[in-house]
Design a protein around this ligand. Structure first.
Ligand code: CO
Length: 199
């Protein structure tokens, strides 16, 4: 029931106030997150929950399959604000195994607008794995494609004029690629961190 959400919110708010009467007062003054999270919209991968971060500690952008489109004004605005105004120190591009977007990208079906959105994953599949017409993908292969796509998105983000300008201006911000396992709830670092202009 949708009304339950409102009553749960009341309970949560009361609990926070009981622990610290200034909790919301303090949070409402400013946010100083050190992290920007770019993750998948999947409901099973909530940034704050899986990293144990509190409200105010992570700035969040999510889209289907955690992709970086260089013309996505929404994502670029989030990145620009996070880097230039909030001075985040780390950007985490986080994907997850079992991602429906990754599976759909090589599924061979025309689904509509999402086909256009998922094109960067098809590009990675085609360039690093095999031709898209070469049969179905096993779960293990999809996991590998998922990891390769995350690494590719880190590099795409590093090449955006937004990030290049930030680094040229001396901002110390690193972009990391992580993957999350739905089956064990664990995050892994894909060791593809970029701290400067990629090329
Ligand atoms: Co996903």
């Amino acid at each position: 029931m949708i009304k339950d959400l409102l009553s749960r919110n009341q309970t949560w708010s009361e609990q926070r106030r009981a622990e610290n009467s200034d909790y919301f007062e303090n949070l409402s003054r400013l946010q100083q997150p050190e992290y920007l999270w770019i993750g998948c919209s999947d409901s099973r991968v909530p940034a704050n929950v899986i990293t144990g971060l509190e409200p105010g500690e992570v700035f969040v952008h999510r889209n289907v399959a955690n992709l970086v489109h260089p013309t996505d004004l929404n994502m670029l605005s989030v990145v620009e604000y996070a880097v230039n105004q909030l001075n985040v120190k780390h950007i985490i591009v986080c994907g997850h195994y079992g991602c429906g977007g990754v599976r759909a990208s090589v599924g061979g079906q025309r689904l509509g607008l999402i086909d256009h959105w998922l094109e960067p994953i098809r590009e990675v599949a085609d360039q690093q794995f095999r031709c898209l017409e070469c049969g179905s993908w096993t779960d293990g292969e999809l996991d590998k494609l998922c990891e390769a796509s995350i690494i590719s998105q880190v590099q795409r983000l590093a090449r955006t004029p937004t990030m290049q300008a930030a680094w040229a201006a001396g901002k110390e911000v690193a972009i990391h690629g992580w993957v999350y396992g739905l089956k064990d709830g664990l995050l892994s670092d894909l060791c593809c961190t970029v701290r400067q202009i990629a090329d």
